[in-house]
Design a binder for this molecule. Structure first.
Ligand code: IMP
Length: 203
């Protein structure tokens, strides 16, 4: 059987990042749509890990492929960790990010320096036929910017400021972002496991 990975997301921005990061596995990485799979998944976990596991398990019931799922989001310390696991739904699922980002900036008005600390978090779950579910997690630490900047990336990237780079994650090239991002790091932590499984089970 020819190996493939199905990534349990409908988010094309994420798919671009994921394909780049997993390109050296040399097997196709398909979105749910490309794999002609659909599932109504209720992400009601309390943590990123739980939600990633829920997604991976649900999609694994529909295919023999290797299934990967991620759950990610932004934690802002001043807002007690919000939006956290609600990052996609925060301030309304259909509200444009330009608006969401403005609202967040207004909520942090007058908050200075390290009090603006925040992090992107990503948990990745891998469901592989006949194996125990694997989960990795990674974060990238930053601060909420004073104003939005940059057109790369997606979501909250224009307001996520990396002081060591002096720019937001929306001002990094896709390669730079993948190098340091929560998703890049969590996926690379999973890559060895996947490589090993692919080698063991062959074509
Ligand atoms: P998920 O699809 O349930 O994992 O929702 C993740 C949400 O978190 C996204 O819709 C974005 O709002 C936010 N998010 C996660 N990763 C990133 C990132 O790399 N940049 C910007 N926003 C992100």
């Amino acid at each position: 059987m020819k190996q493939k990975i199905v990534f349990a997301t409908g988010n094309e921005d994420k798919m671009k990042e994921i394909r780049m990061i997993l390109s050296d596995l040399h097997i196709p990485v398909l979105s749910m749509k490309e794999a002609s799979l659909s599932a109504e998944i209720v992400e009601d976990g309390a943590t990123f890990e739980e939600n990633a596991a829920i997604k991976a398990r649900a999609v694994a019931q529909l295919t023999d492929a290797i299934v990967l799922a991620d759950d990610s989001g932004l934690e802002i310390d001043y807002l007690n960790g919000e939006p956290g696991v609600y990052s996609a739904r925060y301030l309304g699922e259909d509200t444009p990010y330009e608006e969401k980002n403005k609202i967040i900036l207004s909520r942090l008005q007058g908050v200075e320096g390290t009090a603006r600390s925040a992090r992107f978090v990503c948990a990745i779950a891998a469901a592989v036929p006949g194996e125990e579910l694997q989960i990795t997690r990674a974060t990238v630490e930053g601060q909420i910017a004073l104003e939005p900047a940059g057109d790369e990336g997606f979501g909250y990237d224009p307001i996520f400021y990396l002081s060591e780079f002096g720019c937001t994650t929306a001002q990094l090239t896709p390669e730079q972002k993948n190098e340091l991002s929560h998703r890049g790091k969590a996926l690379r932590r999973m890559r060895e496991y996947l490589k090993n499984y692919i080698e063991r089970t062959g074509e």
